[in-house]
Ligand binder design. Structure first.
Ligand code: PEP
Ligand code: MG
Length: 913
């Protein structure tokens, strides 16, 4: 067959492992591309071929195999048979293959695998004779029928497991490896009967039909609910499709000298150096990943099979140097012969990512720039998660494996549906299972943490939880979990039922009864209080982590073009943000200075009826504002502080209309009369708005209530003069909110300029504050060229800009229908969380361009929530903003992501500025 040509316009759907390499993950999927890469490196990979993602997409579009696919699979199978000198289904010496999914991005456990294809009633006997092992042959056959029933025919797996359990109890054995041949043969008959009964179909004896149906099932598994849910969560596009790998079987279940394992070149949980993994003797691959039997530690393989162990170590060293990163692998040993079944750059926890990246720099494998690209802002924010308080005594009820770090407290639930229902009702829950399987995904997403009694660090629960950054403890064997009875029992007899609170520590594997208080993380401690303080309390691994974070954040600072400021409204937050590395305040919301006790002053101003009341209310505000500004300018001395003039949606400051009306009516009915409340009611009625977020806010309020903005400008100016006289270097910037037109801005600027001049003269100081505007309305964005004639800087208020561009009420829509929109794929992430590049983002781009056309070099930043969102930061870097501003805790994340953005941009050559 001609592999290169184009057979009559039909695309090549199938590729042998010898044809590809790791750069072809789009076409061959991650697994297929890596199998090809290992084949190219000469590693011991059982031969096979990959049916491409192109074939999958064509199948999913048409609902059937595209023309030519069946023939190509057939041709490649023949080549494989020729290479192996065996054929599929041969009664004397059968070739057996596995069929495994493998998309562009890893989706552990989400899609399907079928092993041992090629066995039927005749070839099972041939295999028994050839292998000289009847038990092995019949065990392989019952596994095929079981997997075929569950995966290809979609039958409920519990029935098969129940039959297996019954066989074990009949034979009085605990483990399936001890089942005698007769029971395995019985099982084959039982399983075949189940398939006839439940699927109304004979288990296909034609091995080619088995293969075709399995390939089709893998394609279909791309669109199962759990796979879609996983992709939505991980933001993997739905239209990629999966590849299918067909590979000659290597048998880990061929007796004591055989086995299967999963290994990592470093500890993916902590990042510690040294190989790490699980091994299971006399088993097939799925047994390890599913966590069905408890595994041995990889080091124990050294005693069991030293030759294979040495080969494994040697291959792992080669792979790590070749991929220049942590690799995870799946291997099988068949009667002493070592086979590689899979490798990929391994998933890891956030802490491991930082440690491994810097270790590889020290080992001269990667550069610091590359190290920066190996960690993410999401990971850094995970590391800033709290942990349990060490000095509080709490009842340890079990210990499992530290599968995914963090500290989670919640009420126990035993099934996925309850986890989802309770979480939706606002409860924090811990999902407790013997072992999880992919059907539990929704519950895992909903839970605060996951606890299992079976399975290792590489089990489904562990892999998925780590990927989600969710706390998990796995393999807490001393717990007896009774799912049906909704109860778990510790080996000391403590019984925990559904609804009881427990706390799990994903870093130590400990499980505690009740709610354990939590404390902040050492990484957060490092950012807030400095290296010295964080190191003294930490252990060796934590010390290494803190050093790794320190080194990578320092490198990000060196590389980044974007400056990072914080949104802070009080001296405590301002100080914290400075410690976190903020280079100024990008948004000081002055209305936050008037909440709580001070609300009454704004209330008085709003309802003032006479000039005198109005002036008195303003006069009362002035000293309070001045004091606030003095404190903040002192904390932030030498750094810019962007003070936004008041932008209160009025409803936040006024009493609720209905409640007040009822109070007044009740008082009147009792013959009582409260003049102040009555007056307030009239004012609230007068000012009541149906859409306060689109009402009398921001600059509009400043223009309607004369003197309010002037008062604030005066307070800022006087505070700055005061600081200057004390030798300080106050760098205030005045920002006007919710501007839609240049006229609004000019009116405010005129008034402010007058006040600044007055204060400067009266106090004998020089005041040269830039006065700029928020860009948070589409009209402001499109008229940015005009607005820049008056504004000395722009700061994008992407919260309001998102609200007004989409026409979404900030206050209502997230609860009302975002879950439906996310579900239906209208967007993959809330536009309030991550910037909508094509819509809202385009307005940002337009405004920057037009603003700078009028005023070259116009200073531009963003202070909406998006300023701390990793994905959005890359966009803001790309459109040329000068800084992002975010909440103090997100400042380190923003520093790291800004550095990554620069490195990515320069590496991809897209640096057009
Ligand atoms: C914004 O709209 O993005 C913004 C920062 O202002 P606020 O959230 O205070 O309206
Ligand atoms: Mg706003």
């Amino acid at each position: 067959m001609n592999l290169q040509g184009d057979p009559g316009g039909i695309p090549h759907y199938v590729f042998s492992f010898a044809q590809g390499d790791r750069s072809q993950a789009d076409l061959l999927g991650g697994k297929g591309a890596n199998l090809a890469e290992m084949t190219r490196l000469g590693l011991p990979v059982p031969p096979g071929f990959t049916v491409s993602t192109v074939a999958c997409r064509a199948y999913l579009a048409a609902g059937q195999f595209p023309e030519g696919l069946a023939e190509q699979i057939h041709d490649f199978l023949m080549l494989l048979e020729r290479e192996m000198g065996q054929s599929l289904g041969d009664a004397a010496d059968p070739l057996l293959v596995s069929v495994r999914s493998g998309g562009r991005f890893s989706m552990p456990g989400m899609m399907d695998t079928v092993l041992n294809i090629g066995l039927n009633d005749a070839s099972v006997r041939g295999l028994a004779i050839r292998a000289n092992d009847e038990r092995f042959a019949w065990d392989s056959y019952r596994r095929l029928i079981q997997m075929f029933g569950k995966t290809v025919l979609g039958l409920d797996g519990h029935g098969f497991e129940q039959a297996l359990d019954e066989a074990k109890s009949r034979a009085k054995v605990n483990s399936d490896v001890d089942l005698p041949v007769a029971e395995l043969k019985n099982l084959v008959t039982t399983f075949k009967g189940m398939i006839v009964n439940l699927a109304d179909l004979e288990f296909p004896q034609d091995p080619y039909q088995q293969l075709t149906m399995a390939v089709q099932a893998v394609f279909d598994s791309w669109n199962t609910d759990r796979a879609r849910l996983y992709r939505r969560r991980e933001r993997i596009p739905h239209d990629l499709g999966t590849a299918v790998n067909v590979q000659v079987m290597a048998f880990g279940n061929a007796g004591e000298g055989s086995g299967t394992g999963v290994a990592f070149t470093r500890d993916p949980s902590t990042g510690a150096r040294g190989v790490y993994g699980d091994y299971l003797q006399n088993a097939q691959g799925e047994d390890v990943v599913a966590g069905i039997r408890n595994t041995l530690q990889l080091e124990q393989l050294e005693e069991i099979d030293p030759k294979s162990y040495r080969e494994l170590l040697d291959i792992m060293r080669r792979l790590e140097l070749h991929y220049r990163d942590l690799c995870d692998i799946e291997f099988t040993i068949e009667r002493g012969k070592f086979w590689m079944l899979q490798t990929r750059v391994g998933k890891r926890t956030a802490g491991a990512a930082f440690r491994i990246a810097t270790q590889l720099v020290d080992e001269h494998v990667i550069t610091l720039d590359e190290a920066l690209l190996r960690v993410t802002g999401h990971q850094l924010s995970q590391l800033m998660f709290p942990r349990f308080a060490a000095d509080v005594s709490h009842q340890l009820i079990a210990r499992g494996m530290s599968a995914s770090p963090g500290a989670a407290v919640g009420r126990v639930v035993f099934d996925s549906a309850t986890a989802v229902a309770w979480a939706e009702a606002g409860e924090k829950v811990i999902l407790v299972r013997r072992e999880t399987n992919p059907d539990d995904l929704a519950g895992m997403v909903a839970a605060a943490g996951i606890l299992t009694s079976r399975g290792g660090k590489t089990s489904h629960a562990a892999v998925v939880a780590r990927g989600m950054g969710k706390t998990a403890v796995c393999g807490a064997e001393e717990l007896e979990v009774e799912t049906a009875a909704k109860r778990l029992t510790t080996h000391e007899g403590v019984v925990v039922i559904e609804g009881d609170a427990i706390s799990i520590d994903g870093a130590t594997g400990e499980v505690f009864l009740g709610e354990v208080p939590v404390v902040s993380s050492p990484v957060a401690e490092y950012f807030e209080h400095g290296m010295a303080q964080a190191l003294t309390t930490a252990d060796q691994a934590t010390n290494e982590l803190i050093h790794a974070v320190d080194r990578l954040i320092a490198h990000a600072d060196e590389r980044r073009r974007l400056r990072v400021r914080a949104n802070a409204d009080n001296p405590v937050d301002a100080l914290r943000s400075r410690m976190m590395g903020a280079e100024g305040i990008g948004l000081l919301r002055t209305e936050h200075m008037f909440l709580g006790d001070r609300k009454v002053y704004v209330e008085r101003l709003i309802i003032a009826e006479t000039q005198q009341e109005h002036d008195e209310a303003l006069a009362a505000l002035l000293p309070l504002q001045r004091k606030d500004f003095i404190r903040i300018l002192e904390v932030m001395d030498g750094l810019p502080v962007t003070i936004r003039l008041i932008d209160p949606p009025l409803h936040e400051f006024l009493p609720n209309l209905t409640e007040l009306a009822v109070r007044v009516a009740v008082a009147e009915a009792r013959g009582e009369r409260n003049a102040a409340e009555l007056r307030m009611l009239q004012a609230v009625r007068r000012l009541h708005e149906e859409n306060p977020m689109l009402g009398l806010r921001g600059v509009r309020l400043g223009l309607v209530l004369p003197g309010l903005f002037a008062l604030q400008v005066r307070a800022i100016a006087e505070a700055a003069c005061f600081r200057q006289k004390l030798g300080g270097n106050p760098k205030a910037e005045i920002m006007i909110p919710l501007v839609g037109s240049i006229q609004e801005l000019e009116l405010v600027i005129d008034e402010a300029a007058g006040v600044l001049k007055d204060v400067a003269q009266a106090n004998g100081c020089t005041l040269s504050f830039p006065i700029g505007t928020m860009i948070e309305l589409p009209r402001a964005a499109v008229t940015a060229d005009q607005i820049a004639e008056a504004a000395e800087f722009f700061s994008f208020g992407t919260n309001d800009l998102t609200q007004t561009t989409w026409g979404f009420s900030r206050d209502d829509v997230e609860a009302a229908f975002f879950s439906t929109y996310l579900e239906k794929g209208v967007f993959s992430v809330s536009p309030f969380e991550s910037i909508d590049r094509e819509g809202v983002g385009e307005l940002v781009r337009i405004a920057v361009e037009r603003g700078r056309r009028t005023r070259p070099g116009l200073h531009c930043g963003v202070c909406g929530e998006h300023g701390g969102d990793p994905d959005s930061i890359h966009f803001f870097d790309e459109v040329g903003l000068d800084y992002v501003s975010c909440s103090p805790f997100r400042v380190p994340v923003a520093r790291l992501e800004s550095g990554r953005a620069t490195v990515e941009r320069t590496a991809s050559g897209s640096d057009s500025r």
